[in-house]
Design a protein around this ligand. Structure first.
Ligand code: PXP
Length: 248
């Protein structure tokens, strides 16, 4: 039987964080696209936060113009953010809770208690053909509430699992049960947050999880595995410059 591979969405927000540290356009997160595409990623994920701390609306415009990979836009469930998704006709939209003080998305959307507020937002996105996902805590109740909203997929928040899987199987079993339940309801199931090589490969064992979205760990590892190359390249350029200075 053919095994369906687990898709990878690469979240490039942290390159935007590095750019915004200087606010002079460098490094451009879009330079990651050919690299992640050649490496086999299925989509690029970006979160345009209300405080614009990393990705900007113009990045979304350029990503959609680039057409290299489908774009998964994470946004807070607010009409002005939905306007951005619709204006740029992104491929996918993942609705996430947002709190200005947080360092990262700390939990899933509480769909059980905020479903009325989500109805017009989900409808607007789906009416224009955008695939809608809800970033939720792994609980059967949240999956049921997401299903009632007729979204296309759920993304299970894997933060607790990522912190505890080494000494406790409970979070893994919870995610496995939620993924199976989502699948039985006809919802595509994704997962993400806090994942590393080890924790992601464990989640990839769950056949009903068809996609993982990973950012922080990949960008952290890229610093180390790419750093040697850029220091070597810089030293080459310094040598070239020095030699051409000596030649006059
Ligand atoms: N999925 C969602 C919905 C997120 O908000 C984030 C963080 O922006 C991720 C996945 C990726 O999490 P991490 O950067 O910890 O891999």
């Amino acid at each position: 039987m053919a095994v369906q591979h687990c898709r990878l969405g690469v979240n490039i927000d942290h390159i935007g964080t590095l750019r915004e540290a200087r606010q002079q356009g460098y490094p451009d997160p879009l330079r990651a696209l050919p690299l992640i595409k050649e490496a086999g990623a299925s989509l690029v994920t970006v979160h345009v936060r209300e405080d614009r701390r990393h990705m900007q609306e113009d990045d979304v415009r350029r990503l959609m113009g680039d057409h290299r990979l489908p774009v998964n836009l994470e946004i807070a469930p607010r009409q002005e953010m939905v306007d951005i998704a619709i204006a740029h006709s992104v491929d996918r939209c993942c609705l996430v809770p947002e709190n200005r003080q947080e360092l990262t998305t700390e939990g899933g959307l509480d769909v059980v208690s905020c479903d009325d507020m989500l109805v017009p937002i989900v409808r607007r996105l789906r009416d224009v053909g955008i695939h809608v996902s809800l970033f939720i805590e792994p609980s059967l109740e949240q999956v049921n509430a997401a299903h009632a909203l007729s979204v296309d997929s759920v993304e299970l928040h894997s933060g607790v699992f990522a912190r505890t899987y080494r000494h406790d199987a409970h979070a893994f079993e919870t995610i496995r049960a939620c993924a199976a339940h989502a699948h039985s309801l006809g919802l595509a199931c994704h997962a993400g947050h806090g994942l590393s090589y080890d924790s992601a490969s464990l989640l990839a064992r769950i056949p009903h999880i068809i996609e993982l979205n990973i950012g922080h760990f990949l960008m952290g590892e890229a610093v180390f595995y790419g750093l040697r190359h850029v220091v070597e390249h810089m030293l080459c350029r310094l040598k070239e410059g020095r030699e051409s200075g000596i030649r006059g």
